[in-house]
Design a protein. Structure first.
Length: 402
């Protein structure tokens, strides 16, 4: 779809919060649209007035599964519904047949804790070793991770985009190294899906976990797990329920087989129990819009706005994480000095003051690891960037006057 500003302004009008807020917090959760609200209303009204339509709910699930698969260039059989990113990561952690002295390679100082603790748990349960590769200048050291792989490496894991400072990982390079060595490669894709072009074939990942409240513009409480067909088919799920068992097409959800059974092909074997139908209904309109716009167009817009914001903050004399022309820059802009031990408060009183000033003026953003984090999505526009830069300049002038 053409990257036409008039098209995006019309889309912006579908997000009522943009009328009162300058919303730059997609790294935590995105705004939702009026279409999402309507989809939720339709689902709830069906149960409120007619008792609900379970077959239609299952059709919804399959539509959403197929649309997310298309968004990331996967097959629908490679997509499983999860509760969130953590659920997806733990599903893989519990299904890999680890043995004592196997190892897992990661970069704990840039991963969200939910992609660290599962591996500590595996370490303690299965006597697996953790090879922790330090970050370099706020970025995952892909070359260092590749060099850390040994013949005993069972799994490598990283984020496609770090949640702070928000830099892209060279996932294709790491993915190729893992594929060449027969090592399972798992990524947390929550900070890229929906906001950046995310093609699992190009990334060469075996599995990717995401949730829907961030870039996918949905609700808390639902996520997706992509697992490459060839990788999924050799895994035994740690948990198993009816939907993970292959009893043939058009078999009732409560039908029972016998003690000998086959697992569902691909990622479906990982699904446990009924689905979060409201969250699936909420996700569908956003997926429709993302597929219509195209991931490349969405990425170009989001990164252009992010470059403008980063450049403007730099010109105002503020420290912006990462080089301004770094090709690994994304839709996330972080300002300040990283503090890996500090999650939710700014690393300096000055930055905290700026955060409080922006928040008081209806700008929404986050603090992560001591830095201000601005997360951009396609409902943002140049006027949003200009407003934040103007407010920041005004804050500086007031600080000087005081």
């Amino acid at each position: 779809m053409m990257n036409d500003e008039a098209v995006f302004e019309k889309i912006r009008s579908d997000y009522p919060a943009t009328k009162k807020l300058t919303y730059f917090d997609a790294g935590a959760r995105s705004l939702v649209s009026v279409q999402t609200r309507a989809a939720l209303d339709k689902l709830v009204d069906s149960q409120l007035y007619e008792g609900g339509d379970k077959p239609e709910m299952f059709r919804l699930i399959e539509r959403v599964r197929e649309k997310f698969a298309r968004l990331i260039n996967a097959r629908s059989e490679e997509i499983a519904f999860m509760k969130n990113v953590s659920d997806g990561l733990n599903t893989i952690a519990g299904s890999i047949p680890f043995k004592p002295n196997d190892n897992v390679v990661l970069t704990s100082d840039l991963e969200h804790p939910n992609n660290v603790y599962p591996w500590y748990n595996v370490r303690d349960k299965s006597q697996v070793k953790i090879i922790d590769v330090p970050s370099v200048n706020g970025q995952i050291d892909v070359e260092g991770m590749i060099n850390a792989i040994t013949p005993s490496t069972k799994l490598v894991t990283c984020s496609t985009v770090t949640y702070s400072p928000g830099m892209r990982t060279n996932v294709p390079k790491l993915g190729k190294a893992c594929r060449d060595r027969g090592v399972f490669f798992l990524v947390d894709g929550v900070q890229s899906c929906g906001v950046l072009r995310t093609d699992v074939e190009e990334l060469m990942v075996d599995a990717m976990a995401v949730s829907t409240q961030k870039g996918l513009q949905g609700l808390y409480g639902m996520g997706f797990l992509y697992c490459r067909m060839e990788a999924a088919n050799v895994l035994r799920p740690e948990r198993l329920a009816r939907f993970g068992v292959n009893l043939g097409d058009d078999t009732h959800e409560a039908a029972a087989g016998d003690q000998e059974f086959d697992l569902m092909p691909g990622a479906r074997r990982f699904e446990v129990g009924n689905y979060n139908f409201p969250a699936a209904a909420a996700a569908e309109p956003a997926l429709d819009r993302m597929l219509e716009l195209g991931s490349a167009v969405i990425e170009e817009r989001n990164c252009r706005l992010a470059r403008r914001l980063a450049s403007g903050m730099h010109q105002l004399g503020l420290e912006v994480c990462g080089d301004l022309d770094d090709p690994l820059r994304t839709h996330i802009v972080t300002v300040g000095e990283m503090d890996l031990e500090n999650h939710e408060s700014a690393g300096s009183g000055e930055l905290q003051s700026l955060f409080d000033y922006l928040w008081a003026n209806d700008v929404r953003l986050s603090i992560r690891r001591g830095v201000l984090r601005f997360g951009i999505h396609f409902y943002n526009n140049d006027q949003d960037v200009d407003r934040v830069l103007d407010l920041t300049k005004r804050w500086q002038e007031q600080a000087v006057a005081a």
